[in-house]
Design a protein around this ligand. Structure first.
Ligand SMILES: [Zn+2]
Length: 141
């Protein structure tokens, strides 16, 4: 009985520590600067990828952006965004596919969908971020 009490105290204590660490981590958001990050997006006759940002948040890299339908393009724009991180030597260090919302880029209004990717990694000193729309099945997780 005594043992049980002690154990639950210990777990409560651990939960406190974890909660503290998590709040510290999310408070330490560092934006990557243009000198260290280069975004590469494709030329397309149907969409643009824009509004890109990348940030280190604790042990995660967070990449945000938007896909905008070109005004004259009326066909569905479905699929997801492939994000590939490439080091200065040209080696792919990370590849992920993220959905965008709305799932079909709207025909009216802003004509934009948004995406956000969370990847567990520490940003290297220099990185190239390649983004493209991909309509195949997603097996790059
Ligand atoms: Zn993909």
């Amino acid at each position: 009985m005594k043992k049980n009490t002690r154990r639950s105290c210990v777990s409560a204590f651990l939960i406190c520590i974890v909660a503290t660490l998590q709040s510290c981590a999310s408070g330490r958001v560092a934006m990557a600067t243009p000198e260290t990050v280069r975004f590469e997006v494709p030329d397309s006759t149907s969409y643009q990828i824009l509004g890109l940002s990348i940030a280190q948040d604790g042990d995660e890299v967070v990449i945000r952006g938007r896909i905008r339908r070109l005004r004259q393009y009326r066909q569905p724009i479905t699929g997801h965004i492939d994000i590939e991180l490439v080091d200065p030597e040209g080696n792919s260090v990370n590849l992920t596919g993220v959905p965008y919302y709305p799932r079909n880029v709207p025909l009216r209004g802003s004509r934009q969908s948004r995406f956000i990717a969370h990847t567990e990694m520490i940003l290297p000193d220099k990185i190239v971020v390649r983004l493209r729309r991909h309509t195949g099945t997603d097996n790059h997780t």
